[in-house]
Write a protein that binds this ligand. Sequence first.
Ligand SMILES: [Zn+2]
Ligand SMILES: [Zn+2]
Length: 323
Amino acid sequence: MKALVFTAPGQVELLDVPEPDPAPGEALVEVRAAGICGSDLHGARRPGFRQPPLIMGHEFAGIGAGGEAVVVNPILSCGRCAECRRGLRHVCREREIIGVHRAGGFAERVAVPASALRPLPPGLPWEAAALIEPAANAVHAWSQAGGALGAGGAVGADAAKGARVAVIGCGAIGLLCAATALSGGAGRVEVTDLSPARLAAAQRLGAEVADPGLSGGYDVVIDAVGSAATRAASVAHQRPGGVAVWLGLAGEEAGFDGNALIRSEKRVLGSFAYRDEEFAQAMARIQDWDLTWAVGYPLDAAAEIFTGLMNGGLDPLKALLRP
Ligand SMILES: [Zn+2]
Ligand SMILES: [Zn+2]
């Protein structure tokens, strides 16, 4: 079968590889759509958890062995550690991620633990199905901020209701954070980005462009970039007693004024991945949102698309491979 293989730092190739051979307890998925994530691009440039040779792809959906439509929750956890026992399996001490620590969805077929499969609602377009995983990250970030996004459209009791929210960075994750906050009861969501196309996508989701920039006093600031400058801004622009939620991973530096955090009782919370119920909530809501910023490409074009995104020569807001 054909697969996009990360073969060396800064290099991906479309190769003929052996068919996956499901181990006991695993299921074969015929991949229909798989999103290229910023973390894949970063990981290919500077291998960390992702070590070549690897078929990446942790945001994907397809057809299960019984012909059913499925989406994969790629978070694998041990089920035994203290975090797993507390219901926080997304921060399991032995956490592994499909497409990071083992072969993922940038292929015609992939074997995954059967426990990772989630049935899709009938009629959900494949492009939307591949965006459930990034959307789950956004639902979790909103939960971290004190918000809630109930399954099936009900917004629950919600500390962030009516909140004035800023989202820094309008890549796929930032856009989905804006959409989640608006669906979750935020009063107003303002966004920043350098790209007019990304700002336009945010406006189609109901967000406002912060013009001429963030104006301070926000209840919630979501940093979907993760540079020292955006992290500093997330602290500077939150109101006293507000909260910044960080999920961008652009760099290691934090760069904010620690004393300001103390004097104004500001808060900074990390947000990584999602709980199982947040994945389900993302699935229930994904079709409520304008997703026209995600563009599908055939697997044959995968190496060209991935390389173009990695080297910055290409700018679809979100690329989905369609094996
Ligand atoms: Zn991702
Ligand atoms: Zn665990």
